[in-house]
Design a protein. Structure first.
Length: 515
C-alpha cells in the first residue's frame, strides 16, 4: 500500500505526541502479532506498520495473546514482514467532521472518495467509538419525524430520536425505502452508512435513489463488501460519529445504516480471527456487544443537543426472521418495519407488512383522530386478509357479512395507499387525509384549522369551515357511506360497524411502550 498522504491520515487520527514503536513477530493470514509496545496499547488502538518510508499500513488492535498484541489491517499486508516497525498511536482514534462534509461521499477511514478533493477538517474531534449520552441526561423522544413515506408516517410513526430496524430478505426493497426516507425526511441532516454493499449498488443508490437533492443534505459513508472487515466495521462507527457531530450542534439527524447485518458480519470476521469462540450461527459473543453499543449511540441527545433518529436495515437470511442478528437488533431498537417478499412479488412497494410491523412511539406520537384512523384501517386490512383466501377462491358470498363486504370494497384503495413509487413523496398530514378519505373517516387536520402549516391552503380551509359535514368535491365518497348522509367523523365512528370492535380493541390494547 502507498504511504498514506498526511491529509488522509489526519482525517481519521490525531498524531501522537511522541512515537512509540513495536515490532512484527508473526503474520498469520490477516492477523499480525507485534511485541515491544510497553503499556501503550489497548483494544481499538491504531498501529501503523511501516517497513520503509514508502509503505504505511494502518492496523487496529483486536486482541492480545501471550504478551503479544494482535492486529488486523485496514488494507493489504503486502510488503510487511517479520521485524517490521510498528508505529503505535497512543490516543484513541477520532475524526474531525465539518459542516462542509454535507454532500460528500467518504470511505471507512473518513477519506473523500467522490473525486471532489480532500475533506476540510473541523475543530471538534469526535471519537470513533464515542459513548452515548448517559441515560439520565438523555431527553425523551421528540415529535414525529416526517419520513415522506406514507405507510411509515401513518402506520409506523417514527419520532425524533427513535431507532427503527428494517427487516427483509435480499431484494425486497430495504435500500430503496431507506433512500426514500433520506431524501424526503424533514430532519435537518442525513448521515448514511452503506456497509458491505456491492460496489455497483452504491452508485445506483447515490444517483438513482438518493439523487442530487438528497445527497446535498447528506453525508454518505461507504465501505463495499470487498473491503477489509475493519473498514466495513469502521464505516458504521464513522457514520455514527458524524451523526453525533451534527447532533451536538442541536440538529435533528437522520442516521441510516444499510446494513447492520454486514456490520455484524465484519465483527464476526474480526472476532474469529482474533481467536474468539463462535456461538450462535458462528457469531462470536463480541458481535452482539458491538451491535448494541453501535445502535445505542443513536437516540435522543442530552439537554441542549439535537437527536439522532436511527434507521437500520437488517438482512434476514433465507427470510428467516428469527436468525440471531435479527433477534438481537429487534431487542435493541424501538420498533421494526417488516418487509415481505410475497408483498413485493405482487408488485406492491414498499413491501411493508403493516400488521407485523410495530413502532413503539405509537399510539403516543399520534393525535386521537389519527389513532382512530389507523386502528380502523388495520381492522379493515385484518378482516380482508383473514378472508383473502376464501375471496380469491370465490367461496365467499357477498352480503353474508357487512364487515367483510366493506373490507372487500375498500381494500384495493388501501393497497394503493400502501404502495408508493420511490419518486413520490407524501407528507404526514397528506397521508392521513388520504387514508381517512379511503376508509370513510374524513380527516380534519389541526394544523390546517389553525392555519400554521407551511403549505396552508386557504381555499381548502374555507371549504372545510363552510361545510364541516361535507367532503371537498374532488374526493370520492368511500363505499361504506350512504350517498345522502355524510356523517361527521364523530357521528361516523358511532355508526360504524367497526366501532364496537374498535372500542373493544382499545380497551384490550396491550401496552407496547416498554421494552
Ligand atoms: N418503492 C419502490 N418502487 C419501485 N420499485 C422498488 C421500490 N422499492 C424497491 N423496488 C424494487 O426492488 C428492487 C430491490 O430493492 P433493494 O432496495 O435493492 O432491496 P434490498 O436492499 O432489500 O436488497 C429494486 O431494484 C427495485 O426494482
Ligand atoms: Mg440493499
Amino acid at each position: 500500500m502507498d504511504r498514506l498522504s498526511d491529509k488522509a491520515k489526519a482525517a481519521v487520527t490525531l498524531l501522537p505526541d511522541k512515537e512509540v514503536y513495536g515490532e512484527v513477530t508473526k503474520i498469520l493470514g490477516l492477523l499480525v502479532e507485534i511485541v515491544g509496545f510497553g503499556q501503550n496499547l489497548s483494544i481499538g488502538s491504531m498501529v501503523y506498520l511501516r517497513p520503509n518510508d514508502l509503505i504505511d499500513v494502518p492496523c487496529e488492535v483486536v486482541g492480545f495473546r501471550d504478551g503479544h498484541a494482535l492486529l488486523m489491517p485496514f488494507g493489504t499486508l503486502e510488503g510487511i514482514g517479520l521485524g517490521c516497525k510498528a508505529v503505535i498511536q497512543e490516543k484513541a482514534p477520532v475524526i474531525r467532521p465539518d459542516d462542509s462534509w454535507l454532500g460528500r461521499v467518504i470511505n471507512g477511514r473518513a477519506e473523500a472518495i467522490d473525486g471532489l478533493g480532500p475533506l476540510r477538517l473541523g475543530g471538534h474531534p469526535v471519537p470513533l467509538k464515542n459513548k452515548p449520552p448517559p441515560p439520565h441526561s438523555r431527553q425523551r423522544m421528540g415529535k414525529q419525524l416526517d419520513l415522506g413515506v406514507r405507510t411509515v408516517n401513518s402506520f409506523l410513526a417514527t419520532c425524533q430520536g427513535q431507532r427503527m430496524g428494517i427487516f427483509s430478505g435480499s431484494g425486497v426493497g430495504k435500500s430503496v425505502l431507506l433512500s426514500m426516507m433520506a431524501r424526503y425526511t424533514d430532519a435537518d441532516v442525513s448521515v448514511i452508512g452503506l456497509v458491505g454493499e456491492r460496489g455497483r449498488e452504491v452508485q445506483e443508490f447515490l444517483e438513482d435513489d438518493l439523487g442530487p437533492d438528497g445527497l446535498a443534505r447528506s453525508v454518505v459513508v461507504v465501505a463495499t463488501g470487498d473491503e477489509p472487515a475493519l473498514m466495513r466495521r469502521q464505516a458504521a462507527y464513522i457514520t455514527l460519529s458524524i451523526a453525533e457531530y451534527f447532533r451536538d450542534q442541536g440538529k435533528n439527524v437522520l442516521c441510516l445504516i444499510d446494513s447492520v447485518t454486514r456490520f455484524a458480519m465484519a465483527q464476526r470476521e474480526i472476532g474469529l480471527s482474533a481467536g474468539e469462540p463462535p456461538t450462535s450461527k458462528g457469531y462470536p459473543p463480541t458481535t452482539f456487544g458491538e451491535l448494541a453499543r453501535l445502535l445505542e449511540r443513536a437516540g435522543p441527545g442530552a439537554q441542549g443537543q439535537g437527536s439522532i433518529t436511527g434507521l437500520f436495515s437488517v438482512l434476514v437470511e433465507g427470510d428467516d426472521h428469527n436468525e440471531p442478528i435479527s433477534d438481537a437488533v429487534r431487542g435493541i431498537v424501538d420498533g421494526h418495519i417488516v418487509m415481505q417478499r410475497e408483498i413485493a412479488d405482487r408488485g406492491r412497494y414498499p413491501a411493508i407488512n403493516v400488521l407485523k410491523s410495530v413502532s413503539r412511539a405509537m399510539p403516543a406520537a399520534l393525535t386521537e383522530q389519527q389513532n382512530q384512523i389507523i386502528r380502523r384501517a388495520k381492522q379493515i386490512i385484518t378482516t380482508y386478509e383473514d378472508m383473502a383466501e376464501l375471496i380469491r377462491l370465490g367461496a365467499y358470498r357477498r352480503g353474508s357479512d357487512p364487515e367483510v363486504d366493506n373490507a372487500i370494497a375498500i381494500y384495493p384503495q388501501i393497497e394503493e395507499f400502501l404502495s408508493q413509487h420511490k419518486d413520490e413523496q407524501t407528507m404526514i398530514e397528506e397521508g392521513f387525509e388520504r387514508l381517512g378519505t379511503i376508509i370513510g373517516m374524513p380527516y380534519l387536520s389541526e394544523a390546517y384549522m389553525s392555519n400554521d402549516l407551511p403549505g396552508y391552503d386557504a381555499e381548502f380551509e374555507a371549504l372545510v369551515r363552510q361545510q364541516p359535514n361535507e367532503k371537498p368535491p374532488e374526493q370520492e365518497a368511500a363505499p361504506v357511506i350512504e350517498e345522502d348522509e355524510q356523517p361527521s367523523p364523530d357521528e361516523f365512528i358511532e355508526k360504524s360497524p367497526f366501532t364496537a370492535i374498535n372500542k373493544a380493541n382499545k380497551d384490550n390494547e396491550p401496552e407496547v411502550n416498554d421494552g
